[in-house]
Design a protein around this ligand. Sequence first.
Ligand SMILES: Nc1ncnc2c1ncn2[C@@H]1O[C@H](COP(=O)(O)OP(=O)(O)OP(=O)(O)O)[C@@H](O)[C@H]1O
Ligand SMILES: [Mg+2]
Length: 476
Amino acid sequence: MWRRSLSSRLILYWIVGSLLVFFSTPVTVQIPLAFFWGRDHSHAPEVWTTKRAREAVIDALRRAPDGTLYVEPTEALRKHKERNPDFRYAVFDPATGALLPGSSADLAENFKALMGNVEVFGSLFHLSNDANVRARGYIRTTVTPFGKLGTIVYGSNFHWDDVFYQLHAYLVTENLLAYLPLCALISIIGFSVVRGGLAPVRMAAGKIRQMDVDTLNQRIPDANLPSEILPFVEAVNDAFQRVHEGVARQRRFAANSAHELRTPIAILCARLDKMEDGPLKREMQRDASRIKTILEQLLVLAQIEERGDANGTPELDLPEAIRSTIADYMPIAFDNNRHIDYDAPDAKIIVRGYRWAVESVVTNLIENAARAEPNGGTIIVRVLTNATVEVVDHGPGIALADREMIFEPFWRKSDATRGTGLGLAIAKELMDKLGGRIWVEETPGGGATFKLAFPTNMSSMFRPFTQNHDSKRQKL
Ligand SMILES: Nc1ncnc2c1ncn2[C@@H]1O[C@H](COP(=O)(O)OP(=O)(O)OP(=O)(O)O)[C@@H](O)[C@H]1O
Ligand SMILES: [Mg+2]
């Protein structure tokens, strides 16, 4: 996972890169600079040499069985002396000035006045009476394994391998540890910069996630996008544009096809009417009427987009629109020995929606309910003050598992029933377009209760391209 994260990759590269710099700078920058740009009398390489000599002296400190400290002429000191014939050293007690055995007395002689009186924090020096003008020494009070002691070294010459000694000094653990907080700080900065920089990308992703076939005319905002991401978002927007045009083409094609089929169907119906009465005529008329219904429904679906009004959705009085729909359907219900009870508040309930759309949805629900309602039963249509409509029947109801499926186009519980299975799909499509919702519940005591929630405020106007409440639904 971390390999996919831009910020962790950036931080990893930064850490690896800075570690490389950390380890290579002493070789590539510090040592060459110190070597070539050292100031008068204190060329850095000479300081390294004297420091190295001092360390060899401290390593040679020993305590005799009687407790006295002394400097043992160790192998390291002997080798150093071999390479630097003028090398001398002295160690003294900084409190008393007493010289430790093994020290060079004549070197210490030069510092007699200081020893025991002054604490020296480190000083490079040259003995003026020394003919070798390049000879350097170093005096310093040092904390050694045997306590605080004064050390003096003199007469070491710079050798190339002193560079390695100094390199090691640069790369000690303390320096590496000092680097860690800096590393952590830059990691935090790197992480927040990448996160902040990618915030518009996350916003764009959220927007893309909301896109569906109804919102294809919308575009992902590209303001504030990092220039590296911009081409990607532009490509996505171009793709949406192409898909949008393709979908519009297909919708036009479906609408035109359905429209074109109307005339031959009308002619077919007219010709059937002229046929002699008989069972065949009645069957063919039923078939033709079914084809006609399917065609009408396909037309409604195909025209949904075109019939949206760019100037906004008109307002309508919900109880009044439903009352007139029921009035139209009442005779049919009566003929089929079903009754319709209408229950609505007296006050107006203003919702946003097209009358044809509301009528189409409610008629479909009443038709379904009338088909489900037992012979002689009563369908209840209820309008609630919160702009919700309920169509209640007492039929077999809708099984829990089918409650999503019934809104799919052409879905029918059984082929034995009349109908095409398009009614609820169209109702859902229209409710989505209105910015409302349709769902089904169980009628207490058995049956199905279909519910419609209509939008009442300005924010949910009928828009040809509105955001869906149910992204899972399928389109025709
Ligand atoms: N009130 C209801 N009670 C029981 N089942 C129902 C009810 N309403 C719908 N259904 C089931 O859902 C299916 C789909 O309904 P839908 O209205 O989409 O299609 P249809 O009524 O079969 O045909 P169309 O409405 O296109 O003429 C129905 O065939 C029926 O099986
Ligand atoms: Mg139906």
